[in-house]
Design a protein around this ligand. Structure first.
Ligand code: ADP
Length: 485
C-alpha cells in the first residue's frame, strides 16, 4: 500500500510534543510492514533536526493558490530508513524561529501557513508522482486535507481512489479561525454549512478533518468515547464526533521499546529486566536517592513524577496529598510549566529535605533515572488522550498511579487483585481518592510477593508500536477498499 503521512511535526526532524513522536514512529512502522511504501510530508522549518540531515533539492517548483494570490512551493528530500521524507519549502511561512509560536503567542498567520502546507502536500505528491492509496493526517494543522479532497479536488482523477484517515491527538487544539480564513483557503460558500466546515460563523480546521475524512481515529478507545459523550472532553465537538461514530476508532499509542528499555538503558545505574528486577531496581533506587539528597532507605516507597506541569496532569492533587504520607514515602519530581505548580513543588521540597526533591526543567537522562529508580509513578490526570509516561513507568517496573480516564484507563489495570493488576487507579481526579489509594500502596509495599507480582504484570506488558501499527493498517485497508467500489 502507498501511504502518505502528512504532519506538522515528526521526530527526529521537528518536535514540540507527543504528536511528533507518534507521527515519526508511525511512518517508520508503516514502512517496515511488507508491501508498504511511505512518504512523509513535513514543513521545512528552520534548523530541521539540528542540521543532522542532508537535504536533496527536488528540482522545480509549483504554485499554491491562497487568498487570491499564488505562493511558490518547492520540495526537498531526505531518505530516512525506508521512509521518504519530503519537506515543503517556503521561506515566508517556515523559515523563522519556532514552529507554531513565539514566546508571546501563536504566529498570527498559522491559518495561512498550514493551509498552504496542506495544499502543497496534495500538489507535491502529484509533482513527484506519488499516488497514495491512503493519506494519514494528524491534528488540526493538516485537517483541511480531507476537506480539499472532497471539494476542490473532487474531480481530480489523481486522488479519485485515495482514502483519508484523520487522527486526533488532543482535541483541545482545534485551529479555529474567522470567515476570512475560509475564503483564503479557497473553499466555496456551499461548503460553509454546520454539517461541513462552518463553526460558529468561522472555520474550525479540526472539525473539517472530522466531518470530511473517510475514517477518524484518536489515540485511545476510552478517549474516543469520552470526546463523543462528555462535553468537558469533546470541547464543543462532541456532536460532530457522535455524527461520525461509526467511523471513529481509538488506537492506543506505543512507546519506543529501544529507547525505553531498562535492560539496555545507559542513563541508569544498573540495567535490569524482570528476572533481575529486584537487584536492578534496588541499585537504581539507591542511586536516585543519593543524587537527590534523599534518605537512603529502601523501605520507603519512592514515588516519581515526570511531566508537563499543567492542570491536565492532576499534580495539584499530588501536592495536596503527598505531605500526609511522607513518613513512609519519598517523592522525586521532574517537570516544567505552570508557575503555581512549580512554586508548589519548590516549597514542598524545601519543607521536606530528605523526603522530597524537585528538579524544574526538561531533562531526558534524569527522566530515565526516575522511571528506573522509583517504586510508583504518579499520574492522576484529569484527562489523558493516551499518555506515554504510564507505559514507560510500567516497563521500568515503577507502578503507575492513575485516574481511570482516556489512555490511562486502557493501559493500567487495577481491580484490587494484585495478580490481575499492573498499577493503581482511582475513578476520579479527587484528593480523597488519591489519599485512599496512597494509604493502600504504603501498606501493600510491605508485602513483597504481592508487589512483585504486580511489577511482573507491568514489566511484561506489550507497549510496542507493532500492535497499534497493525490496527492502523487494518483501518487503512478497509478505508481504501471502500474507495475502490
Ligand atoms: P504529554 O504528551 O501530555 O506531555 P505523555 O505522557 O503522552 O504526556 O508524554 C510525556 C513524555 O514526555 C514522556 O516521554 C515523558 O518522559 C516526557 N517528559 C515530560 N516532561 C518531561 C521533562 N520535564 N523532562 C524530560 N522528559 C519529560
Amino acid at each position: 500500500m502507498k501511504i502518505l503521512v502528512a504532519a506538522s511535526e515528526a521526530f527526529p526532524f521537528c518536535k514540540t510534543g507527543g504528536l511528533g513522536d507518534v507521527a515519526g514512529a508511525l511512518a517508520q512502522v508503516f514502512a517496515r510492514a511488507e508491501g508498504n511504501e511511505v512518504a512523509l510530508f513535513l514543513p521545512r522549518y528552520r534548523n530541521i533536526g539540528g542540521g543532522a540531515f542532508s537535504f536533496k533539492a527536488v528540482g522545480g517548483s509549483f504554485l499554491i493558490p491562497i487568498g487570491g494570490r499564488m505562493e511558490t512551493a518547492t520540495l526537498s528530500h531526505v531518505q530516512w530508513g525506508k521512509v521518504s521524507v519530503y519537506f515543503v519549502e517556503n521561506q515566508k511561512y517556515f523559515d523563522r524561529p519556532g514552529i507554531y509560536r513565539t514566546a508571546y503567542g501563536d504566529f498570527e498567520d498559522n491559518d495561512e501557513r498550514f493551509t498552504f502546507f496542506t495544499r502543497a502536500v496534495l500538489e507535491g505528491a502529484k509533482f513527484i508522482g506519488f499516488k497514495p492509496d491512503v493519506i494519514h493526517c494528524h491534528d488540526w494543522q493538516t485537517a483541511l486535507l480531507p476537506a480539499y479532497l472532497r471539494t476542490s479536488y473532487k474531480i481530480d482523477s489523481f486522488y479519485a481512489k485515495t482514502a483519508t484517515v484523520f487522527t486526533i491527538h488532543n482535541i483541545a487544539y482545534q485551529g479555529m479561525f474567522g470567515r476570512d480564513t475560509f475564503l483564503k483557503a479557497g473553499f466555496d460558500w456551499t461548503d460553509f454549512t454546520p454539517e461541513k466546515l462552518e463553526f460558529y460563523g468561522g472555520i474550525n480546521f479540526l472539525k473539517a478533518g472530522i466531518t470530511m475524512a473517510d475514517t477518524v481515529t484518536t489515540v485511545s478507545p476510552t478517549y474516543a468515547a469520552e470526546i463523543q459523550h462528555l462535553p468537558d472532553f469533546g470541547k464543543g465537538l462532541e456532536g460532530v464526533l457522535r455524527h461520525r461514530s461509526a467511523d471513529l476508532f481509538g488506537i492506543i499509542n506505543g512507546i519506543d521499546e529501544e529507547i525505553w528499555d531498562p535492560a539496555t538503558d545507559t542513563f541508569i545505574e544498573r540495567g535490569y529486566d524482570f528476572k533481575s528486577y529486584t537487584r536492578g531496581k534496588a541499585a537504581c533506587k539507591k542511586a536516585l536517592q543519593e543524587e537527590c539528597g534523599l534518605e537512603q532507605d529502601k523501605n520507603l516507597v519512592l514515588a516519581g513524577v515526570v511531566s508537563r506541569l499543567d492542570s491536565q496532569k492532576g499534580l495539584d492533587l499530588v501536592l495536596e496529598t503527598v505531605p500526609g504520607f511522607l513518613e513512609n514515602m519519598q517523592l522525586v519530581v521532574l517537570g516544567v510549566g505552570d508557575p503555581a505548580l512549580t512554586e508548589g513543588f519548590k516549597r514542598l521540597a524545601a519543607a521536606n529535605p530528605g523526603r522530597v526533591y524537585f528538579k524544574p526543567g526538561f531533562d531526558e537522562g534524569f527522566a530515565h533515572k526516575i522511571y528506573a529508580g522509583t517504586d510508583i509513578f504518579l499520574m492522576p490526570s484529569r484527562f489523558e488522550p493516551c499518555g506515554l509516561s504510564q507505559m514507560i513507568s510500567m516497563r521500568y517496573g515503577s507502578l503507575p498511579v492513575v485516574t481511570r480516564t482516556g489512555g490511562l484507563k486502557d493501559t493500567v489495570n487495577y481491580n484490587g487483585e494484585p495478580k490481575d493488576s499492573n498499577g493503581f487507579a482511582i475513578d476520579a481526579p479527587e484528593a480523597g481518592q488519591l489519599r485512599s489509594i496512597m494509604g493502600h500502596i504504603v501498606s501493600m509495599f510491605k508485602w513483597r510477593d504481592l508487589w512483585t507480582s504486580m511489577v511482573k504484570n507491568a514489566m511484561k506488558g506489550d507497549y510496542s508500536w507493532n500492535r497499534s501499527a497493525a490496527d492502523y493498517l487494518r483501518l487503512f485497508s478497509i478505508a481504501w477498499q471502500k474507495k475502490q467500489l
